[in-house]
Design a protein around this ligand. Structure first.
Ligand code: BGC
Length: 509
């Protein structure tokens, strides 16, 4: 036996000594900022595609159709394939990149993946800022997507491996926080650049992505590799020294944790085909979570608000400035609510936040549907919307966003990153990243035409999935707070359902 499985089965409730050293704190926070580029992109495209000069230059037919469209059916005003393709294409590129990133993350280390992410994203942002033709926009978008793919594949793993296990949740959620900061900053940037004279404001919006990209590249350059990653590449003594440094305790005190890391690493070296390995029966819970958690995260419908908040608010009768302004408001709510989970995830646990957030989203999505249905009906015709109506609707949307921001948002990244044993970790994380990207692509691509066809029922559609995912968590997700990653297999062995898949001791890795 030499597996993530075997070593863990003999011990229960192992405690590794370690402090939250300032070194580990700074390292994790800086690494988690890798989420900025992902967030910036989520927040920027919706605003840019609602700017007239941008549409006139690259999508003149869309612009003319919209300008000429005098129909009062609000639900269908913005339904356009090319426009949504602009937003969603990036996620396809990210999907592809996350598979390459798996190899780089495993063979060359988490750090190299993060640096590559920043570098490629920088190139994409530069090409977009100076775009003269549509092909430049597309090449830029593809590069941005590749950059995002590398970053979301490596950052959550990096942080989960560096952090002391008792604070792993909070530190990992800084990744989500940086996504929300990226979204919020992008909303603000759009709010200001739309008014730049000469109609070139969109260049600043798109080019602004170079700033977080450069930050991420240079900070990753200065970051150390994780002890796990050093072991994975055969640097045993360096790994020991790094572990001592990040835990801030003596050589003797890190012995237990180091030996477990070492055993997990030896086991992982025996695995020649992590992908094929993932199909084994005892990895079934990991595989199911790696697919379903990101799948459900996107079916909360959050990106309808993140990508299309300006369009959504225009649909419910806000003027141009007011809709970009409201997008800023949801951006603030999204960012601030993330602190609730930073505070609570290691205290109240992942399950509590998942369940509470799910119920809150379910209720408020229902209310949004009811409210839109009441005024817009099935025809989408509306003449007069009182101010109080719009305000209540924005409040409902904000309560829904806050629930996502302290539950499925952060936990959708945290939980998968902490459940994989080392031998399948990179491959597992790639599945998480690619399912997430695929679903993001799908929601982005389909939202405007779903709004046109399902009308207010769109929100009922998402509420339905939120109901299912909440029941799913209740039944199938064991609590993972305060459990060292290298010990995680015991949560499956003790679970009423998964124990049938995960045996007591495994010699087979
Ligand atoms: C999700 C994104 C979403 C963001 C909103 C992330 O966890 O993966 O799709 O846009 O949260 O804050």
């Amino acid at each position: 036996m030499a597996g993530g499985f075997g070593i863990e089965s003999s011990k229960k409730g192992v405690e590794y000594p370690g402090k939250v050293t300032s070194y580990v704190l700074v390292t994790c926070i800086v690494a988690a900022m890798g989420g900025l580029i992902f967030g910036y992109d989520i927040g920027i495209s919706g605003g840019v595609t609602s700017m007239a000069p941008f549409l006139i230059k690259f999508f003149p037919s869309v612009y003319h159709k919209e300008a000429l469209d005098k129909s009062t059916n609000q639900y269908c005003k913005f339904d356009n394939f090319y426009l949504t393709m602009f937003t969603s294409s990036l996620y396809l590129a990210a999907l592809v990149a996350s598979f390459f990133a798996s190899w780089v993350t495993r063979k060359l280390g988490r750090k190299v993946s993060m640096m590559l992410g920043g570098l490629i994203f920088f190139a994409g942002a530069a090409i977009n800022a100076f775009a003269l033709a549509i092909w430049m926009l597309i090449v830029g978008r593809i590069l941005l997507g590749l950059g995002v793919g590398f970053s979301i594949q490596s950052v959550p793993l990096y942080v989960s491996e560096m952090a002391p296990y008792k604070h792993r949740g909070s530190l990992n959620i800084v990744f989500q926080l940086s996504i929300t900061i990226g979204i919020f900053v992008a909303n603000l940037v759009n709010y200001f650049t739309q008014n730049i004279k000469g109609g070139e404001g969109w260049r600043y919006s798109l080019g602004g992505a170079m700033v977080p990209a450069a930050f991420i590249f240079f900070s990753a350059l200065c970051l150390p590799n994780t002890p796990n990653s050093m072991l994975e590449r055969g640097d045993k003594e360096k790994a020991r020294a790094m572990l001592r440094r990040i835990r801030g305790v003596s050589d003797k005190e890190i012995e237990a944790e180091f030996n477990d890391l070492l055993a997990a690493s030896e086991a992982s070296k025996l695995v020649k085909h992590p992908w094929r390995n993932l199909r084994k029966r005892h990895y079934r819970p990991h595989l199911v979570m790696a697919v379903l958690i990101p799948f459900f995260q996107q079916l909360t419908g959050i990106n309808v608000v993140m990508f299309y908040a300006p369009v959504l608010f225009k649909t419910i009768g806000f003027g141009d400035n007011a809709s970009l302004g409201s997008a800023v408001i949801t951006g603030i709510v999204n960012m601030m609510s993330t602190f609730v989970s930073i505070y609570g995830t290691d205290k109240w646990g992942r399950r509590f936040l998942f369940l509470e957030g799910g119920i809150q989203m379910f209720i408020f999505q229902g209310l949004v549907a009811g409210f839109i249905g009441w005024k817009f009906g099935l025809t989408g015709q509306v003449t007069d919307l009182p101010k109080w109506y719009a305000i209540i609707l924005v409040v409902f949307i904000c309560v829904y966003v806050s629930a996502f921001a302290w539950s499925w948002g952060p936990l959708g990244w945290l939980v998968p990153s902490e459940i994989f044993p080392l031998e399948i970790r990179s491959a597992g994380q790639s599945i998480v990243a690619s399912v997430n990207m695929f679903m993001t692509f799908l929601v982005a691509q389909l939202f405007l035409s779903m709004l046109c066809h399902l009308k207010f029922g769109l929100f009922i559609f998402f509420a339905f999935f939120v109901g299912i995912m909440t029941v799913y968590i209740h039944l199938f997700l064991p609590e993972t707070k305060n459990i060292p990653i290298e010990e995680m297999s015991r949560v499956w062995r003790e679970h009423w359902f998964w124990k049938h898949y995960v045996p007591e001791v495994t010699t087979d890795v």
